[in-house]
Write a protein that binds this ligand. Structure first.
Ligand code: PLP
Length: 435
């Protein structure tokens, strides 16, 4: 594709975009002067699908009009409400419907999964995670190894990029697993790295790690709704994701979880149980004799917050209306490639793109490191970020010098991408005194 740095070109791309209209299904925040924000922050908090608002309102009405009867009445009774999300989740992560469930929040699910899948022994007690993992994952792993009586210095195996590099090379990861695998109980890595946007080769990691006898789990916070996956076929043991980023289900919304069906009937797996994981046919007999469901639902603890599930259902339906994850991925590749083209032609030397420049290793997000000269204030990057925000560009800032931006195929346009790079270029030039 021959990209061009012009508004006409961006508009022409939008006109040819078969899913451009889906943007109208979202509420787009406005700037002070009433224009649509250039919202590139779907990697942090996705925008509100109109269907999410509609479905939440529907359940509020149901509650107002039906009270407790809402558990069993209407088209979407609350009792089995989580089941209405299984199809959407399963398509997004490449799972069978019985392998996915919505429950709890992401970090809580990581813990519950580690209760089942981190079973350290004297010889095999380590957890492999990234050195620069999202802090919540780091804390969760650290507290789990301590809970089992190990010293995190011995039991946490941290993989980091080579000196001077930003992303982890696949060959280094594979080599480490091959070398240390006999002592690793669990490999727990992201599907997409939160800081750099790097996509990990989940299939290869799972294959190599399981050959060494390790369990494999993924944190899909930045992968779910962003890239297509095949968790079942890849034989991943478990995965967890939040639903407020690319799944547009609202701040702190209920999370998703995948447990491979090969584990569903394994009675030797330890688990922290609750009544919602108990066989649904006999749940209300209240017999205190835990019989887990033979699905990922067995890991549920509580009856779930339906208002949050309703928002997820609205979001999943919106994704379905757009044609599903593969359609979104096609557009995402074009959007992020266009952004990369514009950045490389307009801002070479000013901005380093940390996200790998190859389709297999990148999703929607590009992580842009603002290059600082020796005489620059260390705050220059943040000043640039604040200045573009004043002009209606919403991304997010990560110290010391990174702006993360994610053009999201559901609601971002090629024109958003064009305007973002135009505004960023003009701000950087004005900071540098270039006319
Ligand atoms: C990669 C990753 N892991 C974990 C979390 C924590 O999520 P939660 O607060 O929903 O537990 C986040 C939140 O953004 C994240 O990006």
């Amino acid at each position: 594709m021959q990209y061009q740095n012009s508004l006409e070109f961006a508009k022409a791309m939008d006109q040819q975009d078969p899913i451009a209209k889906i943007r109208d299904e979202f509420s787009i925040p406005k700037t002070a002067d009433g224009k649509d924000e250039i919202y590139l922050c779907g990697n942090s908090l996705g925008l509100q699908p109109k269907l999410a608002a509609e479905y939440v309102k529907r359940e509020l009405t149901q509650w107002a009009e039906q009270g407790v009867k809402g558990h069993f009445s209407g088209d979407f009774p609350w009792m089995p409400y989580h089941e209405f999300l299984a199809e959407g989740f399963s398509e997004l992560v490449g799972a069978k419907k019985n392998e996915v469930v919505s429950m709890n929040t992401l970090t809580a699910n990581l813990h519950f999964m580690m209760v089942s899948f981190y079973q350290p022994t004297d010889k095999r007690f380590k957890i492999l995670i990234e050195d620069h993992a999202f802090p919540s994952d780091h804390y969760a792993v650290e507290s789990q190894v301590k809970f089992h009586g190990y010293d995190p210095k011995d039991a946490m195996l941290l993989i980091k990029p080579r000196e001077g590099e930003e992303t982890i090379r696949k060959e280094d990861l594979i080599e480490l697993i091959e070398k240390e695998g006999d002592s690793i109980a669990l490999v727990m890595l992201p599907g997409v790295q939160y800081y750099t946007g790097q996509v990990f080769d989940m299939k290869a990691i799972t294959y190599v790690a399981q050959n060494k006898g390790c369990m494999v789990g993924f944190d899909l916070a930045h992968a779910a709704g962003n890239i297509p996956m095949k968790l079942h076929d890849w034989n991943v043991d478990f995965a967890c994701w939040c639903t407020y980023k690319y799944l547009n289900s609202g701040p702190g919304s209920v999370a998703g979880c995948f447990v491979h069906e090969k584990h569903h009937t394994n009675e030797s797996l330890p688990r922290f149980a609750g009544w919602w994981g108990h066989d649904k046919m006999s749940r209300f007999k209240m017999e205190n004799n835990f019989k887990p469901m033979e699905s990922a639902e067995a890991w549920q603890l509580s009856n779930p917050p339906v208002l949050s599930l309703a928002a997820i259902r609205g979001s999943l339906d919106t994704i379905k209306n757009a044609g599903g994850i593969n359609v979104l991925r096609d557009k995402a590749i074009k959007l992020s490639s266009y952004m990369r083209f514009l950045l490389e032609t307009q801002l070479a030397g000013e901005v380093d793109i940390l996200t790998p420049n190859n389709i297999d290793e990148s999703g929607s997000q590009l992580s842009l490191a603002i290059k600082l000269n020796p005489n620059d204030s260390p705050e220059l990057g943040k000043q640039i970020f604040d200045a573009i925000e004043q002009k209606g560009v919403i991304g997010d800032w990560r110290y010391p010098n990174v702006i993360r931006v994610a053009p999201v195929p559901l609601y971002n346009s090629f024109e958003d991408v064009y305007q973002f790079v135009r505004i960023l270029t003009s701000e950087i030039n004005s900071q540098r005194g270039v006319q």
